[in-house]
Design a protein around this ligand. Structure first.
Ligand code: ZN
Ligand code: ZN
Length: 147
């Protein structure tokens, strides 16, 4: 009797058979829509004077929009980025943002666009906490029927 010792590929995992796929593809149809609203990271800095607050962020379109707020002013400042994002800084930032978007809609601007509103706050150079409100645009057609 003679035995021939061959090669046994013991423990060699089969490759390429995994069913996991890289993330980032489109989600399965039929799932409940779960949106995560993007958050902007605001930076607060001093403007031309110690009584001016400049609130900016690095937009993913490459811009650096700035909203300026003068200490004790009733009105805040805002900037509307070329990509459609808007942010306001000031004590009434949220209301001003809503009014602003409402006016644009009345004027027929932002046709087919909806906005996700978010609130934030930054610390002014003089120590006050100043509200920041921002709106991120989306195409209403993308969300038709949802909610
Ligand atoms: Zn831009
Ligand atoms: Zn932008």
């Amino acid at each position: 009797m003679s035995f021939e010792v061959g090669h046994y590929g013991v423990g060699t995992p089969a490759r390429g058979s995994g069913r996991s796929h890289p993330s980032g593809g489109p989600g399965e149809a039929g799932n409940p829509v779960e949106r995560e609203i993007m958050k902007l990271k605001f930076k607060a800095k001093k403007g031309e004077s110690a009584d001016q607050l400049v609130v900016s962020y690095s937009c993913d379109c490459g811009c650096k929009p700035e909203a300026r707020y003068e200490r004790n002013a009733d009105e805040g400042g805002h900037e509307h980025c070329c990509c459609g994002k808007v942010h306001f800084a000031g004590p009434r930032a949220e209301q001003e943002l809503r009014d602003y978007l409402g006016d644009r809609r009345k004027n027929g601007q932002d046709e087919g666009l909806g906005f996700d509103l978010s609130l934030d706050a930054v610390k002014a150079p003089w120590g006050e906490t100043v509200p920041v409100a921002y709106a991120l645009p989306y195409a209403e057609a993308d969300r038709a029927g949802a909610g």
